[in-house]
Design a protein around this ligand. Structure first.
Ligand SMILES: NC(=O)c1ccc[n+]([C@@H]2O[C@H](COP(=O)([O-])OP(=O)(O)OC[C@H]3O[C@@H](n4cnc5c(N)ncnc54)[C@H](O)[C@@H]3O)[C@@H](O)[C@H]2O)c1
Length: 438
């Protein structure tokens, strides 16, 4: 069915990009955008920059680039700022992350040095492997949120920004479960005022963003915005939110392969995933409580894609194990191994082995860019609350409480593109195609 589309405000003007956390992902993202702006590199991996979208019938051959189909902010109009408990500027942080070549980082030195992180809302209670010195102090967590909001106001004013987006690119915090204090905005604010332990730093940023009318995405597996109080606030303040945990590396592979196995009704006895990585993220995840947050996020993927309840003969008892091993010599260049014990016709067993020599932040950076641009688009299209159409980017996509998350990468992509078609009043693509033959 063709709708009229939605009114979308113009993408003109300046967009501020606030990054909570100035580590490997953030600096790879910022340096990448700078390099692309200067014509030194191409935006590989970014759907907003390189993706296309088919419109109408296949015979019509209308396949514009996404960036020409929906109004998105130009890269020239992005302005960056960040918080981090470690005071290194973006140049030092990029060197320290060890993702990009020194020559590239040096060529951007002046610009990167200008990005000096503001003092963070940070407590090593939630990220036990880090000691921060560049840290805010305040009476309580609500007051700390006010300090963040004031900084955002000043950043806005100083750079004459039209709009702002915030992305959590900070470390993975210890595992927390949603509780009563996260159930309503009133309970949340009371808990923030009382400095409750179950309000990790990431929630203080999310609260500050939402109550400033700023879209928020969570790139880590922390609860952060995935609690009823934040979802209600996002609706009240007309703010789009999404998360959790950028879908890169091993989980990306999982969500590419698992739908294929299910499509061909190949069974699964077990899937063992292990990897080595040596960046700061790996060091943080070496702490069992931060690892648990990550593990929950990584484990849920297969259950949801394979649907053992619908396919008991194929997937009832598969064994799924995920390990992350901190191994400093590899830095950000993770190596991940997967062993899949599958079975086919007559139950005959087969195996698949994957050895993925990936670069974590190289996979994550274009996702940050897309999320920045799509969240801004969503806000200009007056979309608020959970943006399920952005599930494509996450390992643990947020969704309405009565739904299960959609993990299949291809369904996620179709959902994303259909949302763009809907926004522009174009026909949804169902791939039925019978009319070509009848
Ligand atoms: N790289 C990937 O492919 C990938 C994929 C999925 C998720 N993630 C998640 O994204 C996040 C960033 O990853 P990374 O590789 O850049 O890690 P990183 O360790 O290099 O950077 C994280 C930064 O966050 C800072 N930080 C910690 N607590 C903070 C706080 N309260 N406020 C502000 N800053 C804070 C740290 O000091 C550090 O500089 C991690 O949570 C990671 O698990 C990364």
């Amino acid at each position: 069915m063709i709708s009229k589309g939605r009114h979308i405000e113009s993408a003109s003007g300046r967009l501020g990009v606030l990054l909570a956390g100035l580590g490997a992902v953030s600096t790879t993202f910022i340096a990448g955008v700078e390099a692309i702006r200067m014509g030194q590199a191409k935006p590989y991996g970014s759907l907003t920059q390189m993706g296309t979208i088919r419109l109408g019938k296949r015979s019509g051959r209308r396949v514009p680039q996404i960036k020409n189909f929906v109004p998105l902010v130009e890269l020239e109009n992005l302005y960056f700022a960040a918080w981090d408990p470690i005071a290194d500027n973006a140049y030092e942080a990029a060197l320290n992350a060890g993702v990009l070549d020194r020559a590239l980082i040096d060529s951007l030195k002046g610009t990167l040095q200008e990005i000096r992180p503001w003092k963070a809302v940070f407590d090593s209670k939630y990220v036990t492997r880090l000691r921060g010195t560049n840290v805010k102090t305040g009476k309580n967590k609500l007051e700390l949120a006010e300090q963040l909001k004031e900084e955002i106001r000043q950043f806005r004013e100083k750079n004459q920004l039209d709009r702002v987006v915030m992305i959590w690119c900070g470390s993975t915090e210890v595992y927390l479960e949603p509780g009563k204090i996260h159930s309503t905005p009133e309970n949340l604010e009371k808990a923030m005022r009382e400095n409750h332990d179950e309000i990790p730093s990431s929630m203080v940023y999310a609260y500050a963003a939402i109550t400033s009318g700023i879209p928020f995405a969570n790139g880590a597996p922390n609860l952060t915005v995935d609690v009823p109080a934040m979802i209600t606030l996002a609706k009240e303040y007309h703010v789009p939110i999404c998360g959790k945990d950028f879908k890169t590396g091993q989980t990306l592979m999982k969500t590419i392969i698992a739908p294929g196995l299910k499509a061909r009704l190949l069974g699964l006895h077990g899937w063992f995933s292990t990897n080595i990585l040596g960046n700061r993220d790996g060091e943080v995840l070496d702490d069992p409580m931060s690892f648990k947050t990550k593990e929950e996020s990584k484990l849920s993927v297969l259950e949801h894609i394979l649907q053992p309840d619908l396919y008991p003969d194929l997937y009832r008892n598969f064994y799924h194990k995920v390990r992350i091993n901190y191994y400093p010599p590899r830095g950000d260049n993770k190596e991940s191994w997967d062993n899949l014990d599958i079975f086919g016709w007559l139950g005959y067993p087969m195996q698949i082995k994957i050895d993925f020599l990936c670069r974590d932040s190289i996979l994550a950076a274009p996702l940050v860019l897309d999320l920045v641009l799509f969240l801004d688009l969503a806000q200009r299209a007056k979309m608020s609350g959970i943006q399920e159409w952005l599930s494509f980017y996450f390992k643990s996509p947020m969704c309405a409480p009565e739904l299960y998350p959609e993990h299949d990468l291809f369904i996620q992509l179709m959902k994303l593109k259909n949302t763009l078609r809907y926004l522009r009043g174009e026909e949804q693509i169902t791939h039925l195609g019978l009319d070509y033959y009848e």
